[in-house]
Design a protein around this ligand. Sequence first.
Ligand code: AMP
Length: 279
Amino acid sequence: MKIISSPQEMTEYSKEMLSQSKTISFVPTMGALHKGHLSLVDEARKHADIVVMSIFVNPTQFGPNEDFAKYPRQLQADIEKIEGWVDVLFAPAQEDMYFPDASTLISENLISKDLCGKSRPKHFAGVCTIVCKLLNIVKPNFAIFGQKDAQQVSVIKRMVRDLFIDTKIIAAPLIRDTDGMATSSRNSYLSDPQRRESLLISQALNEAKDFVDNGCTNVDRITALITNKLDRSSNIRIIYVSIVDSENSMPVDTIISGQTRICIAVWLDTIRLIDNILV
Ligand code: AMP
């Protein structure tokens, strides 16, 4: 695996490959890799000759009181996980991605406003800005994003469409551990008892899906079902339970089977967790 840290070198590499008619799939991550990330690599491999992964903990998508400083950084362990699977790892330094006097931000102003955008008002502008930079640097034909962050997929697709960015965005399925928990780098923050309590989230989503499979299309009933389930834990505080259309992640009034996603964000003590299910 080739490891590149300079944005200029990354661009030169991509231009060279594209000039040889090779195609590039790109998997952007913040590292602390787990099987969710690795599934994106598998998806990337299906579409192109070369798989590029980036690892960059992006400061601009964290709010002032969020976990940027303590976010898990384990580059060496990550390299061992992807050696032989990924062709190029792009792992730039913060100062190479943000000029000291950088004065440009990219913001999507509709889809970003609801769900996570309500409690993390600058988050998606940070995401759009870094993803736009990365796509400009790597110049991939395809970029793979996980449905774990379903709203993020919708926001990125909208940005890429609106800005005529020449990359096809591919959404890959959400990966879970055997106990049902959606895999996440932030799961490493959970103690064993917290992990057990957090299972209520995926259980609530599965129960909601069963209700929908049995014919319930009522948004309020499904929301109440989930809220009641999560309220069983005194350590869980709901940030939102939102029922959205699966393409744009915008709230809907009624559930349409196969086109609706139920999205949850909670605080478990001081740990912010999100999960969702397509129903
Ligand atoms: P992150 O490193 O958390 O920024 O995530 C990088 C990419 O991996 C994003 O596209 C995420 O949606 C995706 N991802 C993270 N966790 C999962 C998961 N459990 N299943 C599928 N994709 C995931």
